[in-house]
Design a protein around this ligand. Structure first.
Ligand code: MN
Length: 427
């Protein structure tokens, strides 16, 4: 953490708060005041461990972690998903961690963010587990509600970890897990990619690190985890459920309370001067980590239809989930409509999509609005699809889960290109 944190602070600056800050609401309030900054809360009232937030709350910081530019993030994720790299270096816990002891969540500065929240939530914890049937490893980020000093309820959406837990539960066995907190941002990003269940997110992460990523062999559980500031070891208990929620989701609105699995922790390992990574719910770091890894999926689906697709963004204003913009090199009249159908089909939560020409910077909201203002004729260029399956996070969706999808073709008509030429770009 220290190395990449220093590099990040050198390049982007940091807000360092020296005064004492409480984990109950106060810390979250400060994070909300600095939505795009790297923030370090040096003095936490309830814990010896400082809090860092905003490691990946802008595309520029994520690009920096991947040694690229903003427009280069998507190709690197696509490449990493295609060429995972087996991990070479395995360290012992004692090589990396100064303190190893019985797990005690009360020592960690776990934040309570908003008034109606179910409690204190771990928001940057990556759960590493192995499939009880195939042995394949999974790494995925989950929100976890603190129940007591060594128990958590974990929200597990029906994906890979869910399947592992179902399989262990069918055998009436606990599922061994490790939780890594405070990871390198490139590693963290890899754990949020949507790769097949047979693939290993940590090998994707290793590809982001050019094959140089090391892992740590846990002590109580038979798992290897990426180096992180704090590692917790434990298990998901079979047959146990507890209330999870309320919790503020991507859309800055409350998600419902559900019955979710319970984790029992056994050990924890802390680096010397460990830091705790807090991700603010509904903040840009939450949105980008959840949404940005979906962009390659949309890109690849659009590419099957219109090979000249340039880039895809799930915009921050659209919660990195509900709004996409796609840039293309338009070759045939009608390309715009085909692109919007492909994009809407690729990411079922997508609600609105805008298609633009390659001269528009899709990472710039003003440039996107410029395209919509100058290149859209409403009766010709807007596609409305009522009663399609939408996102469970969309407050406007109907109780049956359907919503209305809208596509906007903001590309120039091919027969009148001269009329639309941007003087500022051409002269
Ligand atoms: Mn997986």
């Amino acid at each position: 953490m220290k190395n990449f944190l220093n590099a990040l602070e050198d390049k982007f600056g940091a807000i360092r708060i020296e005064k004492e800050v409480s984990t109950s609401f106060e810390a979250a309030k400060i994070l909300r005041e600095h939505p795009k900054d790297l923030v370090i809360l040096e003095n936490i009232a309830e814990s010896e461990i400082p809090v860092v937030s905003g490691l990946c709350n802008t595309r520029e910081k994520i690009a920096h972690a991947l040694s690229t530019e903003v427009a280069g993030i998507l190709p690197i994720i696509v490449e990493g998903m295609k060429t995972p790299q087996p991990i070479q270096t395995v360290n012992e816990v004692s090589d990396i961690y100064k303190t190893s002891k019985k797990a005690d969540l009360s020592e960690l500065p776990v934040l309570t963010h908003y008034q109606r929240d179910g409690g204190a939530y771990l928001t940057s914890g990556v759960i590493i587990a192995q499939d009880p049937e195939s042995g394949t490893r999974n790494a995925s980020i989950h929100r976890m509600l603190v129940l007591d000093d060594n128990h958590l309820t974990v929200r597990i959406v029906p994906r890979h970890l869910y399947t592992y837990h179902q399989r262990a539960e069918a055998l009436d066995e606990p599922l061994e897990i490790a939780i890594a907190i405070g990871m390198n941002p490139a590693t963290l990003l890899a754990t949020t990619t949507s790769i097949p269940i047979t693939a290993d997110e940590l090998e994707v992460a290793n590809s982001f690190h050019q094959g140089n990523m090391g892992v740590v062999q846990c002590e109580n559980v038979d798992l290897q985890v990426p180096e992180a500031e704090i590692i917790l070891e434990g298990k998901i208990l079979p047959g146990e459920r507890a209330d999870e929620g309320p919790f503020v989701d991507l859309t800055d609105t409350y998600d419902v309370v559900r019955q979710e699995p319970v984790i029992e922790l056994e050990k924890m390992h802390l680096k010397e001067n460990a830091m705790y990574h807090a991700i603010l719910p509904a903040g840009f770091e939450h949105r980008l980590l959840q949404g940005l890894p979906q962009e390659p999926r949309i890109f690849q689906a659009v590419q099957n239809t219109v090979p000249t697709v340039q880039n895809v963004v799930l915009t921050e204003g659209g919660c990195c989930w509900l709004h996409a913009a796609v840039s293309i090199q338009k070759q045939t009249q009608g390309d715009g409509k085909n692109v919007m159908m492909a994009a809407l089909a690729a990411h079922p939560s997508l609600k609105h999509v805008v298609v633009v020409d390659e001269d528009i910077d899709i990472f710039d909201p003003e440039d996107l609005e410029y395209a919509m203002a100058t290149r859209v004729k409403g009766d010709d260029d807007i596609l409305i699809v009522p009663k399609a399956r939408g996102s469970s996070l969309d407050p406007a969706a109907l109780p049956d889960g359907t919503t209305t999808k809208v596509g906007v073709d903001a590309t120039k008509p091919l027969d009148k290109k001269d009329k639309f030429e941007r003087v500022s770009l051409s002269e």
